[in-house]
Design a protein around this ligand. Sequence first.
Ligand SMILES: *Cc1c(COP(=O)(O)O)cnc(C)c1O
Length: 461
Amino acid sequence: MRQGYESAGEDVGLNPVFSRPGEATEFPRFSLPRGESLPETAFQVVHDEAMLDGNARLNLATFVGTWMEEQAQRLYAEAADKNIVDKDEYPQTAAIETRCWRMLAELWHAPHPERAIGTSTVGSSEACMLGGLALKRRWQQARRAAGKSTDRPNLVMSSAVQVCWEKFCAYFEVEPRMVPISADAPTLDGPALAAYVDENTIGVVAIMGVTYTGKYEPVQRIAAALDAIQAEHGWDVPIHVDGASGAMVAPFLQPELEWDFRLERVASINTSGHKYGLVYPGLGWVVWRSEELLPEELIFRVSYLGGSMPTFALNFSRPGAQVLLQYYQFLRLGFEGYRRVQSAARDVARYLADAVAGLGAFDIVADGSDIPVTAWRLKDGYTDTWTLYDLSERLRARGWLVPAYPLPESLTAVTVQRAVVRNGLSRDLAGGLVDAISDGVGMLDQLDAPLPGPTAVPFHH
Ligand SMILES: *Cc1c(COP(=O)(O)O)cnc(C)c1O
């Protein structure tokens, strides 16, 4: 009676794949292989190739999360198939996304979190693009309303900005006005602003956690300087805070510091969920103080539970799992848990700063007191046979990835080496790093001629 494969008398393979797979013995490197291979074979090949990458846990170059608990890993695997853009199909993920940015709005002291607006993004870079676009659009609207030209928008920021701001300016045709940092003023500071801000300034970027040195820019002083500029010229210039790392550190470690929506001039803030938000790569957040600050033209509506939901993003499809992971961390850690994780990281960063200073060869450039980052330079006159690039190579031979790089414009003569301390770098592991640095210095000090050293490459973390 029943017609089907079992009764058809056909010799149909039971393998769920579409045709009979073969064991490929050789894969072409740059062409799509002609035929199939067994899943085990493909797995092993990819697995083995990836083994040649550095060890993520020993990668102190990155700010991005490299460790999560087992339960989080399970959630990740369960949710790997969810597309964030399918709001109607995954309404719970959409609701959780909203809960997360509302929590951030409150954490960052939005005066009325229920009137704030925000979104997840793929990272801080996308979040910064959206923050920058909102600034540009609002400036255009105001200029048009006043019958003035919108030809020449500019954005003011320090020369130590992360590369995403240079991209924003290049992609969206805004003139970047970089305020050079100096040894005396290593961050953007209030007094310098008057020379850079004018009627065409769409906003000022303040960085909470300069990537090179981990230092916070003084957002309060920047806001005060902009108040003075407004009083003098009438230009009302908003601030976007790039809190890629610091916006998930300062609320826990420096709660008294006013850098967020407590300052009226701060219009929007971004952070990387995948940095000190403690989630694996692929997650950023941006929040505006209130809905009016996000121009309606940037918002698109997608269908959601029979109604519509506002979305604003550069991407369409994107993984939804990271949003669930962020929510997991928020529930798992709470305020107190984040405070403990971040202060443990800070303690390790400080330990590292003290231990590296104790080696005698280095001056400390960042001691972990803002975000948990330690950076050092060679003491003037310490050696002319080796550089921090050589030390970086020595460390790599021991498995540690600790980059050296030149400081930005106007301080490029200074080379620093930086270790980003994250959840998962214990005090014990950090002790191993100090031993490796100490051994590296000892070995390099024995050289009597300079090494044909590795050269500086542009560094964009
Ligand atoms: C890391 C970082 C970015 C870029 O963030 P992604 O999440 O990597 O896209 C932007 N600004 C600052 C200050 C950063 O530290």
